[in-house]
Ligand binder design. Structure first.
Ligand code: UT7
Length: 364
């Protein structure tokens, strides 16, 4: 077990006690994405510029809540029968099943958690780390004892298959961690977090329509219906912001980059990940990710990569770990933690039960 330098071991900490993940079974290759959208690009361009070879895409019968429920249940299973009962559910997503209400209460209901507080948090690709930061603060304050932090995204629902700038990049997934109260020296302990935003860049990653400013009811142009991203400026922001945020959280923890044994960044682009790690001075042998297999799964990306690496046992429990993410908003966030020892559970998406189907109430 590693005791991080400069860190008082007696401060109560939020500890990851369970880890779960859910991926749709359907694997879609770059070639299939290109053919589906008749895109003016190539598999070579996609793999060399992004590191992505394939992704998982959910069918029309699967929603974000179905992915979230499966990952959340897996995280509860991971914590085992002696694990805590979740008393709050936070769902990081920018692809909620409906604009209203939030998806989280339905997920909590499907998990049988009873009348726990449950809400969505929208911070795009920084969503998981924003939710983790929020949940840990609520735990430390005594507001809750065992928050369940879920990140779930169905980007295939908002991506334009004809847009070569975004269609090859994204995939669908969910991942979740169950937190419990513990101490800062044990495996899974969350140590420090850093987060921030810059709304001056809010148009760089956006869906223009469907909200209050441009409601879906006005009749939207194709450009306004789908997720759009200006890749080049986003790339530059992503490298700069993640490197700065990671540096800040390392400083708050009392770690040098050389102390880090596991670096997991938002799986947006392999070149971005390498640039951030190079700037920080973290060598390739300490970098972990799964972008090659799953693409960019937005808010779910960091916990999914953590779950993947933890399932492979790449580091011993307690190893100093650095997470960082960047996304629309613009938002960014980072966290330091000790590598968890919870066994990772995975599950396919859970279909929405028939009893939750919308009942027509008729019109007067
Ligand atoms: O998850 C939230 C955060 N997201 C990110 O951090 C993503 C950030 N951005 C990126 O990952 C990259 O900017 C992209 C993968 C989106 C694009 O890669 P890039 O190396 O930055 O390409 P670029 O936008 O600088 O474009 C280079 C060239 C351009 O052509 P010209 O102007 O040099 O003639 C583009 O039109 O590549 C062209 N291009 C493409 N060519 C073939 C852009 N997309 C494609 C494509 N296939 N899919």
């Amino acid at each position: 077990m590693t005791t991080p330098p400069g860190r008082p071991a007696d401060r109560p900490a939020a500890v990851i006690g369970g880890i779960g993940a859910s991926l749709p079974p359907r694997v879609v290759t770059n070639q299939q994405v290109i053919e589906h959208g008749a895109l003016d690009t190539s598999t070579d361009w996609i793999t060399s510029r992004t590191g992505i070879h394939r992704r998982r895409l959910a069918g029309p019968d699967v929603g974000t809540g179905d992915l979230a429920t499966a990952a959340a249940r897996a995280a509860i299973d991971s914590a085992g029968p002696a694990g805590p009962r979740p008393d709050l559910l936070l769902l990081a997503t920018t692809t909620p099943d409906r604009p209203c209400p939030a998806t989280a209460p339905e997920v909590a209901h499907r998990l049988g958690l009873g009348p726990v507080p449950a809400f969505d948090l929208a911070a795009v690709c920084s969503g998981f780390l924003y939710a983790l930061t929020t949940a840990a603060a609520l735990l430390r304050s005594g507001t809750c004892q065992a928050p369940l932090v879920v990140a779930a995204e169905k980007y295939s629902a908002i991506i334009d298959p004809l847009d070569r700038d975004t269609a090859p990049l994204f995939g669908d997934a969910a991942a979740a961690v169950l937190l419990r109260r513990g101490d800062a020296a044990e495996p899974g302990a969350l140590l420090e977090t850093d987060w921030g935003s810059d709304g001056a860049g809010s148009d760089l990653i956006a869906i223009a329509g469907g909200g209050a400013r441009l409601p879906a009811t006005v009749g939207l142009r194709r450009e306004e219906q789908y997720f759009r991203m200006r890749g080049r400026p986003v790339y530059a922001h992503a490298v700069r912001r993640m490197a700065a945020s990671a540096t800040a959280v390392l400083g708050a923890t009392g770690w040098q980059p050389g102390d880090v044994r596991a670096f997991i960044g938002h799986q947006a682009n392999q070149r971005i990940l390498d640039a951030v790690a190079d700037r920080l001075g973290i060598p390739p042998r300490h970098r972990f990710g799964n972008i090659r297999e799953v693409g960019n799964t937005a808010g779910a990306s960091v916990p999914l990569a953590l779950a993947d690496a933890a399932a492979r046992g790449v580091r011993p429990p307690g190893a100093p770990t650095l997470l960082t993410a960047f996304g629309g908003g613009l938002t960014w966030a980072s966290a330091t933690l000790l590598w968890p020892d919870a066994p990772v559970r995975t599950a396919p998406p859970e279909p929405r039960p028939h009893t939750l189907d919308h009942k027509e109430v008729g019109t007067p």
